[in-house]
Design a protein around this ligand. Structure first.
Ligand SMILES: Nc1nc2c(ncn2[C@@H]2O[C@H](COP(=O)(O)OP(=O)(O)O)[C@@H](O)[C@H]2O)c(=O)[nH]1
Ligand SMILES: [Mg+2]
Length: 181
C-alpha cells in the first residue's frame, strides 16, 4: 500500500505540479524583500533588514511552486543580478514608485540587465511598489520614465501595487503562477 501510494504521488508530482523560478531585482529599498515576505507568508513588516547578497525562498501557491531569488539592490551587488536571472522563467523588477529621483538609475540598471545576451526573451514584470503613498507614479508614468515601451524582445507587464496594503498582489501572483511549467 505504501509502495502504491508513493508511486501515485510520484506520478502526480510529475503530471500535476508545476514550478516557476523567478528572480526579484531592483534598487535597494524598493520593496523586494517585502514582496517575497508578503507573497510567501502574507506578512507585512515595517522593519525589513536590508538584504546582504541574496535570499532564496520557495513558495507554494496551489499546484504551483514559486522558487524565488531575492537579490540585493545596493550598487556593489547589482553585478550579481545577471547571474541570478540566468535561466529563470521571469524577472521581477521592483521600483519604489513614490521616489521619482531614483527612476533614472532604475531605468539604467534595468536596461543594462536586459541587454545581457543570456537573458534574451525572459518575461519581465515591473512592479511600481508603494502605491499606498499618495504621490506615487502611475503605470503610465513608469512606462515613460523607465522606457518600458522600448523593450520589444520579450513579454513585459507593469503593475502599480503596494506590499503594505497588498494592493494588486492577486494580479501579480496570477502573472507569476502563469509562468510555471
Ligand atoms: N509605504 C510602503 N513602504 C514599503 C512598501 N514595501 C516596502 N516598504 C518599505 O520600504 C523599505 C524597504 O523595503 P525592503 O523590502 O527591505 O526593500 P529591498 O531593499 O528592495 O528588499 C522598508 O522600510 C519597507 O517597510 C510599500 O508597499 N509601501
Ligand atoms: Mg531586500
Amino acid at each position: 500500500m505504501i509502495f502504491i501510494s508513493s508511486i501515485l504521488s510520484w506520478f502526480s508530482s510529475i503530471f500535476f505540479s508545476k514550478a516557476a523560478e523567478i528572480s526579484v531585482v531592483g534598487l535597494q529599498a524598493s520593496g523586494k524583500t517585502s514582496f517575497v515576505n508578503v507573497i510567501g507568508s502574507g506578512q507585512w513588516s515595517e522593519d525589513v533588514v536590508p538584504t546582504v547578497a541574496f535570499n532564496y525562498r520557495k513558495v507554494r501557491k496551489g499546484a504551483v511552486t514559486l522558487k524565488i531569488w531575492d537579490v540585493a539592490g545596493q550598487p556593489k551587488f547589482r553585478s550579481m543580478w545577471e547571474r541570478y536571472c540566468n535561466g529563470v522563467d521571469a524577472v521581477v523588477f521592483v521600483v519604489d514608485s513614490s521616489d521619482p529621483e531614483k527612476f533614472d538609475t532604475a531605468r539604467f540598471e534595468l536596461h543594462q540587465l536586459l541587454a545581457q545576451p543570456n537573458l534574451a526573451g525572459v518575461p519581465l514584470l515591473v512592479l511600481g511598489n508603494k502605491n499606498d503613498i499618495p504621490s506615487h507614479a502611475t503605470v503610465k508614468d513608469l512606462i515613460r520614465d523607465l522606457q518600458l515601451d522600448k523593450i520589444q524582445d520579450r513579454p513585459v507587464s507593469c503593475y502599480s501595487c503596494s506590499m503594505k496594503s497588498q494592493h494588486n498582489l492577486d494580479i501579480v501572483l496570477r502573472w507569476l503562477t502563469e509562468r510555471s511549467h
